[in-house]
Design a protein around this ligand. Structure first.
Ligand code: ATP
Length: 773
């Protein structure tokens, strides 16, 4: 019977493959015709338009002819792009035409429809039947949401109910069915087993064929303004996010472009790790960035900006610094909404007094003094907002600069520069003069001098004007420092006043050195934006924030303001909160307050797909509430904990382990260390015996297979066939605040996990050790 079904399905695959090839052939022909057309039009563009500018009517006709020709070209180019995209899709379908089938009878109908799902749709041109449905089509959600039995799906015009008779999964390679399974409630998910059992790639894979029901809820969610996904390590948050991007691009094709979607990822390497998922699905990649890249872009050269990893290194290793506790308290203070209010109040007070300005200087002279700017600003009606008043001040300053530039032309330095003009500048001046006077000659010496002087001054004033337009005359750096010189402690609980005084002193010292710490970067930008007006980005429609637990509530509020038109999908795992600012303990609560309750939805993922059952059970014992994490039923080796006498033995043991893992076929092996410093030392000791081993640093931008040594916090979000935890001693991972970092490191393992320690194992392993006894 099974054989029969297999044969029948293979026959259908053969037929579909034939049609794909036919369509591909036709398309290639027409698209090559189109290409020739385009080349032709481009070559003869100017021959085919009639140009005549003798009078207004002729000129209008010429313009129309030009426009028409450009339109023909644009239309051809568009069709060609479209055809090229279709070719790409058909080529993908030629490899794997589809991966699933559902048979469905709609309520009130007797017709059983067979729906085959693939990564793109394909019509039978003769019968107009869908041979393959796009996985994102409304009907396709049946496949992800239901087992055989009553089922329903949403369409833009309402819900369609009925009965699913069959759900079948296929693995098809190069047109051959490698395997196929019928799935029901009682049958385990064989395809998922197969997919998860494989060795890792250096690139994240698309999960299109095995998306789980709860992941599908994330992918297709359209209602929520803020979608919070709280999911265990390895539960497919990132995977679901990427599939969601692909879904949105399909659902809103025509109105939503890939560059209107932004993914904030945890580090630059992560971008390379996920880069191929969307192209694999036939879509363009969204914009990817890190929060740090955004900060750098906004803060520019104004400060030496600390990055989150430097902050992390300090948090993990700076305990000997006498200011350590103050800095930790500072990080916590500056992460919350309460501090945002402090800044709100500060800026509000600046509306009345205290705003600081920088004089506009030119050649060592003050052209417009800070006092004049201040007088102008506070002379304006105080009911206008600060940004509006600043705009008026800037307009006034630009006018002043125009007036002052006229005076400047008479100065001696202008005459001196005139003599030094080179030929090109002179020609430029001559052309200017022609444009203004309609004359071909520099006939009048005075006039020539005038024009040249204007040009010289204008050129030198350009920088000044641009500074004014960019509101660079506000001294935001000092304003931010002043924030810490004020009596901010008055509103605080007296017990914390002393702490705050210490924080203020420390922050002022850092700012005086020109350093902006990571915890100060967002508050600084927020203050700057409140003063100057928010630099909002209204074109972005969807914001994805991966590893959301690593953002402070302050950062979330800030992102919301910067991207006011965007829906937000925040994906995170509280058990992986590794930054000190996340130690507030409120979990995602502050996130829930970002938008109203009606606009916010939360989806919880508890099933973990990355690691074997043995690894999930092992790591779950390290955290509170770990028993709620459900491992996917895939078995592997028990994780090991090995005591070593010292570094020497440690290195010998690790090398042995690497050899074993390689023999077993592991493609990616990570030796995870706590810090960058420890990673470097480990790498230097191990690399001599392990050719090809790589050290991952915060600047690393590509994720590749092989053996890597990596600091724990950079391993966020990625996974490896095997993880070796370099030093799981209590000396290294002993403080409660390091528990989640330890957990994050261990949960990077897909198939094998091995830990080493000297003296005492980390207390986070105590439950594991106890259970093993
Ligand atoms: N439905 C699925 N089908 C197949 N594989 C899946 C599925 N969901 C998740 N996976 C696999 O599980 C692994 C973990 O997924 P992913 O990295 O998206 O999880 P995560 O929740 O973002 O993890 P973490 O928070 O630990 O970084 C990946 O290898 C992914 O391909």
């Amino acid at each position: 019977m099974q054989d029969e079904q297999h044969k029948e399905e293979q026959k259908r695959v053969d037929r579909v493959m034939r049609i794909i090839r036919e369509q591909l052939g036709k398309l290639l022909q027409t698209s090559s015709g189109m290409r020739e057309d385009i080349v032709d039009i481009r070559k003869n563009f100017w021959d085919d338009v009639t140009l005549n500018f003798e009078d207004a009517a002729e000129a209008a006709e010429s313009a129309a002819s030009l426009k028409q020709q450009a339109e023909v070209l644009a239309e051809r180019e568009h069709s060609h792009r479209h055809a090229a995209q279709q070719v790409k899709m058909l080529r993908k379908l030629e490899q794997t035409p589809y991966f699933g089938r559902v048979d469905f009878i709609e309520e009130g109908s007797s017709n059983e429809e067979r729906i085959y799902l693939g990564i793109g749709s394909m019509l039978d041109e003769n019968s107009s039947d869908y041979l393959i449905y796009d996985w994102r089509a409304p009907v396709s959600s049946l496949y992800y949401d239901y087992s055989p039995g009553p089922a329903r799906y949403d369409t833009p015009i309402g819900t369609i109910a009925g009965e699913m008779k069959l759900k079948r999964q296929f693995v098809i390679r190069r047109g051959q069915i490698v395997s196929m399974f019928d799935t029901g409630v009682t049958i385990g998910d064989e395809l998922l087993q197969e997919v998860l059992g494989k060795q890792s790639d250096s690139q994240m894979r698309s999960i299109v064929a095995t998306i789980q029901r709860e992941q599908n809820q994330i992918i297709r969610n359209e209602r929520a303004r803020l979608l919070i996904v709280q999911g265990a390590a390895g539960s497919g948050k990132t995977s679901a996010a990427l599939q969601r991007v692909a879904y949105l691009l399909y659902r809103y094709r025509g109105t939503l472009q890939a560059d209107q979607i932004v993914l904030f990822s945890p580090n630059p390497m992560f971008n390379s790790y996920v880069a191929t998922v969307l192209p694999e699905l036939g879509e363009q990649n969204m914009q990817q960035t890190t929060y740090q890249q955004y900060l750098e872009h906004r803060i520019g050269q104004s400060f030496a900006l600390e990055d989150p990893f430097a902050q992390m290194e300090y948090t993990l290793g700076g305990m000997d610094d006498p200011d350590y506790e103050t800095r930790m308290a500072s990080i916590r203070h500056k992460s919350g909404a309460a501090f945002m209010k402090v800044i709100d109040q500060y800026v509000e007070s600046l509306g009345r007094s205290g705003l600081l300005f920088k004089s506009i200087k030119f050649r060592g002279r003050k052209l417009i003094s800070a006092e004049e700017i201040e007088q102008k600003f506070y002379g304006l009606d105080g009911s206008y907002s600060i940004p509006n008043r600043l705009k008026m001040v800037a307009d006034w300053m630009l006018k002043e600069l125009t007036r002052l530039s006229k005076e400047e032309r008479k100065k001696q330095w202008v005459e001196d520069e005139m003599e030094l003009l080179d030929k090109e500048e002179y020609i430029h001046a001559y052309n200017e003069m022609r444009r203004k006077t309609d004359s071909d000659f520099f006939d009048d010496f005075e006039r020539e001098k005038d024009i040249l002087a204007t040009m010289i001054v204008q050129e030198r004033f350009k920088r000044l004007r641009s500074r004014v337009k960019k509101l660079r005359f506000i001294d935001t750096q000092t304003l931010y420092r002043r924030l810490y010189e004020r009596d901010l402690a008055s509103g605080l609980d007296p017990a914390r006043a002393e702490e705050w005084a210490a924080i203020s002193k420390l922050t002022a010292e850092q700012l005086n050195l020109g350093v902006l710490t990571y915890e100060d970067a967002t508050p600084y930008l927020y203050m700057k934006d409140l003063i100057e007006g928010f630099q909002t980005n209204t074109s972005v429609r969807h914001l994805f924030i991966d590893e959301a637990q690593d953002y402070s509530p302050f950062q979330f509020y800030y992102l919301k303001r910067v991207f006011p038109m965007a829906k937000m999908t925040a994906l995170g795992d509280l058990n992986q909160s590794i930054f000190a600012h996340a130690a507030l303990g409120n979990g995602f609560d502050p996130l829930g307050e970002l938008y109203s309750k009606e606009e916010t939805e939360t989806i919880v993922l508890t099933r973990s797909y990355r690691s074997t059952k043995q690894i999930v059970e092992f790591t779950s014992l390290m955290i509170e509430g770990g028993s709620r994490i459900v491992p996917f039923n895939r078995h592997g080796e028990e994780p090991t904990i090995t005591e070593v006498s010292g570094k020497e033995e440690l290195h010998v043991k690790i090398e042995e382990r690497i050899r074993l893992l390689e023999e077993e076929g592991a493609q990616s092996i990570a030796i995870i260390c706590k810090t960058a410093e420890e990673s470097k030392a480990a790498f230097e000791a191990l690399a001599v015996h392990c050719p090809g081993m790589r050290l991952i640093e915060k600047e690393t931008v590509t994720f590749e297979n092989g053996i890597v040594v990596i600091p724990s916090y950079l391993a966020k979000g990625v996974e490896f066939d095997a993880v070796i935890l370099y030093n799981a001693s209590s000396r290294v991972y002993g403080k409660e605040s390091e528990r989640k970092l330890f957990y994050t490191a261990c949960t990077r393992a897909m198939h094998e996990l091995h830990l080493y320690y000297t003296d005492e194992p980390s207390p986070f392993l105590s439950r594991v050790v106890a259970e093993k006894k």
